[in-house]
Design a protein around this ligand. Structure first.
Ligand code: 5AD
Ligand code: SF4
Length: 474
């Protein structure tokens, strides 16, 4: 079956309402042996939302008796969960597809699939149909729960399955998850985004903002506590707008408070848009010790004219007011950000204003990007006379500044004793443990492995730009 995505439909929804319905996922038990004796390999690109989708996909596959392998060469089903946010993410996927093709040539029985945000792009699916005819399955971000049905079709009918919906509206509860960590968990609180920043493809690939019901979120958090989880990260493209799509008066501050009252040790939330960050939210964060003093607050640019062209709905002055309010009211709060350089026709002056705001805010860290044209977004049609060499130069200049302040922020931790949730062994040095502070600093730690899974006190013994070293003191 072929059901293609449509950019026209994805755009149309900007003007009209979407009926949101909550439905329950029910396992089709008749497919529980479909993957017996078979293995799967998933490669995940992009954000936490995609990471969590992959956790769901893994559980769906294991319900069908597929087993995970980390060796692609041994897999019977290879799936790329893709990201569309920038062109390089896009190029990486097409690069990796070359390797998958080799595998298929050696083992024609291998099933090759693509899902995630790129699968929601009409141009991408057209390219796959024309140039990557050997891809067996493409499904989008709105119908992950159909994977068992699609795989069944492929295995029994040997036909290609393309199923991507550009109209969204459903929230599917109860999709199982095979979580990567035993101690910290992602919890979706909303899907999609209604902000339509002019550079961003997310509103087209993830659809309209749909908040999950508070009962479903709280049930999930309480279940995670029972299973021994210590930390939840509430996930959404724009979490502060949680609940704005409901008619009731239940907003992000109410949800945060209710999640805090479940008693889970640590709560984080990403990503926050400055526009929707209310004083009530700040008050709740201040009130509950288990809401972590860490806020990711993308600024994107320090220039009001660029912010306007980006459609960000705030000025740098408004951002700074919020920034200082957070710093003043949440003791020890770390704030990180996202910045785009080389937005169409960004002048040297405008870029300098971004450098100035980085100097003023001294962010704990920042993700920095060169503007990437995304098909179908308003910014892709804006005139742009800035060369890629110049954009690269600006990125480097910005990165130097960002790194300087990241190191400076870390230096404040030297010899301090901080709480760290120990997650396991370090990938780089198996004799060390790793974990994150309440303020989201990565720490490499000397200490007894019995601390894994616990929040312990760690003394910081050395600092680097992107991490801290420490030893357990309790
Ligand atoms: N080009 C460059 N960066 C982008 N981002 C989103 N869209 C684009 C784009 N077209 C960045 C923003 C956002 C982060 C997740 O990715 O900074 O906050
Ligand atoms: Fe994209 Fe803006 Fe929505 Fe973030 S808030 S996902 S940048 S449209």
């Amino acid at each position: 079956m072929i059901q293609m995505p449509s950019l026209k439909e994805a755009r149309l929804r900007k003007q009209k309402d979407v009926m949101v319905q909550t439905k329950q996922y029910i396992q089709d038990k008749s497919l529980s042996q479909l993957g017996k004796g078979k293995t799967y390999f998933i490669k995940t690109y992009g954000c936490q939302m995609n990471e969590h989708d992959s956790e769901n996909i893994k559980a769906l596959l294991e319900e069908m008796s597929f087993q995970e392998t980390t060796d692609m060469e041994k897999a019977d089903f290879i799936l790329l969960n893709t990201c569309a946010i920038r062109e390089n993410a896009h190029n990486k996927v097409f690069g990796f597809l070359g390797r998958v093709k080799n595998m298929k040539e050696k083992n024609p029985h291998v099933i090759a699939g693509i899902c995630g945000c790129m699968a929601q792009e009409e141009v991408v699916v057209e390219e796959i149909l024309q140039k990557y005819k050997w891809v067996d399955i493409v499904f989008g971000t709105h119908n992950i729960h159909h994977l068992p049905k699609l795989l069944h079709q492929i295995i029994t009918q040997q036909e290609k399955e393309i199923e991507v919906y550009s109209k969204e509206g459903d929230i599917i509860e109860n999709i199982p998850a095979k979580r990567d960590s035993k101690y910290k968990a992602w919890v979706n609180i909303m899907y999609g985004c209604d902000k339509f920043c002019t550079y961003c493809i997310v509103p087209y690939t993830r659809g309209k903002q749909r908040s999950r019901k508070k009962e479903d979120i709280l049930k999930e958090v309480k279940q995670l506590i029972k299973e021994g989880y210590k930390e939840v990260t509430l996930l959404g493209q724009n979490v502060n707008a949680y609940g704005k799509d409901f008619n009731q008066n239940y907003k992000m501050e109410n949800l945060l408070e209710d999640v805090a009252l479940t008693g889970i040790d640590r709560i984080r939330f990403v990503t926050s848009h400055p526009w929707d960050f209310t004083d009530e939210m700040i008050h709740v964060i201040q009130k509950y010790q288990n809401i972590m003093p860490y806020i990711h607050l993308p600024i994107q640019s320090g220039s009001n004219t660029v912010l306007k062209r980006m459609g960000r709905r705030y000025t740098k002055e408004q951002y700074l007011t919020l920034f200082y309010k957070l710093k003043k009211n949440i003791p020890n709060c770390s704030i990180t950000t996202d910045i785009i350089v080389g937005f169409p026709n960004e002048t040297e002056e405008e870029f300098k204003e971004t450098l100035d705001i980085v100097k003023e805010c001294q962010f704990d860290s920042a993700f920095t990007f060169i503007f990437s044209k995304r098909e179908g977004t308003p910014a892709a049609r804006m005139e742009d006379s800035i060369s890629i060499e110049e954009k690269n130069r600006r990125l480097q200049e910005l990165n130097q500044l960002v790194n300087y302040y990241a190191k400076a922020a870390n230096e404040k931790y030297l010899h301090k004793i901080v709480p760290v949730l120990i997650e396991g062994y370090s990938d780089k040095d198996k004799n060390k443990l790793v974990g994150y502070t309440d303020t989201m600093k990565l720490v490499n730690i000397k200490g007894d492995p019995s601390a894994i899974g616990n929040i312990v006190k760690v003394e910081i013994t050395d600092v680097k730009t992107w991490s801290l070293d420490g030893k357990i003191v309790s």
